[in-house]
Write a protein that binds this ligand. Sequence first.
Ligand code: AMP
Ligand code: MN
Ligand code: MN
Ligand code: MN
Length: 292
Amino acid sequence: MTSGSIDLHTHSNCSDGTLTPAGLIAAAATAGVGTLSLTDHDTTAGLEEAQAAARRAGIAFVPGVELSASWRAQTIHVLGLGIDPQAAMLRALLDAQAARRRRRVEEMCARLTRIGLPGESLLSAVEAAPGIPTRTHLAAALTAGGHVRGPDEAFRRYLAAGQCAHVSAGWPPLEAIVTCIVGAGGCAVLAHPARYRLSAGARKLLITAFTSAGGRALEVVSGGNGAQHAEGLATLGIKFGLTGSVGSDFHGPEQAWNPLGRLAKLPDSITPVWRGARLTREHGGSAESFFP
Ligand code: AMP
Ligand code: MN
Ligand code: MN
Ligand code: MN
């Protein structure tokens, strides 16, 4: 039996986390995590390093990704758990996502220039940082340049949807993203379902679209949801025949309020995603015992 907690949503500095993939695994081992998925935004670049480190640390590793999608003009995040990172359709999608991200950060910096901020040097700072470019990188550059007091202010004033430097990336439709995850052998999980600004009715329509496209699980317990949503999301998941996932959405030890692996228990009412789907590709050792 794999001991330790389960955390199926984390980031490394291959996207907008602050730890290297190996550093993330070391932190997970220290935190007592027994099963971990690395789910960087729109990239699988960290999976190999994390998987090797996890094997050495005796942590069951689930290769993952967090893909950006759009549904009714909103950005929706879908986790792909247990994906084959070499799958051709996924590789093509990730190349396109990276190009979208590069174009978007350039356009956001151009907008910052237009309002009198040094867009060119902010862009250079983002490009010099490790990882696929995200708004988190631009928020860090704005903070480092002394233009805002911190990332929160950067999002509030400039980068959040509706603010002056926000640019829509043109993410692919939700259905295409789910299809791609399924095609890569993965289990599609709707990330932090309570975080989207949707009415209860619209949230059900989102979950209907997600399920019809081949989605399998809801992230019922999430560092990004708040624990108070778990029971309601479990009930919703059961109604749609979905399983339940748990993940911190860890981005680094700096966000002390959101540690690795310290999550509320998945409600007993819903089948855990790790019983309903095959998530690891390794046999033997700790990975095998991941399937009770
Ligand atoms: P992107 O995928 O490039 O649009 O960046 C989204 C990332 O920005 C999220 O995954 C969060 O890590 C981060 N983020 C979003 N909103 C905020 C916020 N208000 N404050 C700090 N970080 C945020
Ligand atoms: Mn992020
Ligand atoms: Mn997310
Ligand atoms: Mn995330």
